[in-house]
Design a protein around this ligand. Sequence first.
Ligand code: NAD
Length: 461
Amino acid sequence: MTSLEWRQGERMEVQAIFEKQRSFYLTGKTKEVSFRLESLLKLQHAIKRYEPDISTALKKDLHRSEFEAYLTEIGPLLDEIKYVSKHLKAWAKPKKVATPQVLLGSKSYVYPEPYGVTLIISPWNYPCNLALMPLVGAIAAGNCAVLKPSEWAPHTSRVIVQMIKGIFEDEYVAVIEGDVKTSQALLELPFDHIFFTGSVQVGKIIMEKAAKTLTPVTLELGGKSPAIIEKDANMELAARRISWGKWMNAGQTCVAPDYVLVHEERKEALLAQLKHEIERFYGDNPLISENYGHIVNERHFARLEKFLQDGEIAIGGKADPEHCVIEPTVLTGVSWEAPVMQEEIFGPILPVFTFAELDDALATIRKQDKPLALYFFSEDEKKQEKVIQALPFGGGCINDTIIHLGNPHLPFGGVGTSGLGHYHGKYSFDCFSHKKAIVKQTTQFDIPFRYPFKKNALNWL
Ligand code: NAD
């Protein structure tokens, strides 16, 4: 079979799955709350059953340790399913809302309604979490879903296929594996909602495609997320928590601190403490540490290796091309014009800049695109509030990194180029639901003032 014939076959298969899901959605089955809860339970059991396979696959794809696999992928998914299942009945009910006096006699409601057949496209960096976390929202809200996992985490993608095939029919939830062309074939179909996690560049393509059919999109993108360390910060904790957020998964985390702005008087203390923490996490030679992740592929390795020349290496700097590993690396003396500052690093390299006044640091960040996350380290509550209010960013932490993702009561998403829309917990349910506005009018009486009767309306009464 030629590649063209194969692609045509793939397109027909994708189309057939889409049609099947459309028909199944129209049966109304996915809207039953009992069916949604049962589906979430099936997913929960499958994740537990497949936990060792997921862990092994993540090791093969990203050299992720078992501990990190649970902490960042399996644990959050199980927590999310538990939380969503607990609240689903209440969320799915129509909500009665207030009615103004001008609509006297009527009652008003908001009916959450599933969009229908949804498409979830996910990246490789947390390949299980980022495919299944949105699926929890899609199921909870009563949709059908097609998942397109990333081709760059093939072992995890395979496990996802097995897991989903074992519990759901294609007509309800289907996984379609493939590369960019597969994604493009999917984007030709009139899905009712597209949930995309990935790069800013591809996010723009998705939005352009969706515009053709006016399909609503959620875009979970990336960018350069800064960490600011004020003069009064607890440096030991700042360095440890930045090290954790930055070098987890070898920096291949959308909300990892991309670069640090530290008060000029604390730079040396920061460097010393980062070195100490890196050794405590990954030992003398992180290149061979079992706790340390590898770069996903040779292309990304080559891209990152070039960044090592963009400043002075203060910590780390060694790389092993054979296994695609780069040491946790800290760069100083970096120019804002250097290639490492022109794109999201998405790897284990951390440029460190200094500032004299907090306002200077804020002005520097304001010149960049709106980041997905921002982290501020200081004991001063006034300054904490100032930073929160002064800059636009998706979300973040005061005196920590990344942990804001761990709270299902908080929305997760970007702003501006870092994303559109948000999810997690109730926000996931809302993300996959249309809010249908309904007024139930009385037939006991009819107030005539709104009608353009020729005669005086009151005479007619
Ligand atoms: P990517 O944009 O290259 O790919 C993501 C998905 O889109 C993959 O499934 C891929 O097959 C598909 N795709 C790629 N090119 C496409 C095209 N031209 N048309 C249609 N589909 C296409 O992203 P990636 O390299 O897998 O992931 C890294 C990026 O994702 C980083 O920018 C990171 O910040 C971002 N990210 C964001 C979040 C978040 O929650 N905001 C989470 C993880 C990663």
